[in-house]
Design a protein. Sequence first.
Length: 165
Amino acid sequence: MSFEKITHLFFDMGNTLMEFHRGISDEEKNRLGTERVAAYLSLRSQKPISFDEVWHGFVQPWMTVMPKRKLFSIEYPIENYLLPFLEKHQLNTQKETLVEIMKLVDSEYQKHLFIEPDTIPLIAALKGVGLKIGVIANSCNYDEVNIGHFKAVGLDPYIDFYNFS
């Protein structure tokens, strides 16, 4: 195989370009994200929506299926868990709201993202020789949330295209 014919390189997101499980525990990240969602929804609805309501009505059921992703090689759409919760509370179900909620859920993960020190210089060097860089990753989260992670660690300017399943 001739490397001169390579024009595009594709990378996975989690545990390849960035690590999501550093810093504080995932449990703490989920707790803090849930607190932010409860505060956001309480403000939007102008009525109190508690941490427990958000946790038991949305976050915990969604997190419960996450380990099954590898077992069955499928993603579980967030909407299956988030929409019924929002509808029960008569809250906005437009995509912009769903994305905003998921940004809050993932906010602590984003704060604690880790990339190896040589990741950006390596990706920059690959771009520098004319390669197109893509990300192909399985993720049930919204593209806007995932791309936000790349922006947070400084990788987004080097990525030509994203494809999240």
